[in-house]
Design a binder for this molecule. Structure first.
Ligand code: ZN
Length: 108
């Protein structure tokens, strides 16, 4: 059930003259809202399960002490741990050395 369908169903139940005062109609509207909420919950569960299966298909995460883990810390808004900072420093050092070597024409 889409939000539009819920709204249309509720409008069909409401009296033309004003708000629903008949308890039977109020109960039917409540039942509609509950069915809508249940459907939304089912959809959310399906999305979670789909994501979980996609995530399970990924290779395991790189451990701390790697550049990938350093970047992951930052993406999660964390301060990288010591091993990750060391790994990133080493990565940058190697990168700088390789660039300097290229600039001097010593390597391609
Ligand atoms: Zn780390």
């Amino acid at each position: 059930m889409t939000p539009d369908e819920l709204e249309a169903s509720v409008w069909r139940l409401l009296p033309v003259t004003g708000p629903a005062t008949d308890p039977a109609i109020v109960l039917r509207i409540v039942a509609l809202a509950e069915a809508y909420a249940d459907a939304a919950t089912d959809e959310a569960r399906a999305v979670r399960e789909r994501r979980a299966s996609i995530f399970a298909a990924y290779p395991p995460l790189m451990p701390c002490g790697t550049r990938a883990a350093y970047v992951r810390h930052l993406r999660h808004g964390e301060d990288p741990c010591r091993p990750c900072r060391d790994a990133m420093a080493e990565h940058r050092r190697l990168h700088r050395a390789a660039r300097a070597a290229r600039a001097m024409g010593l390597a391609s």
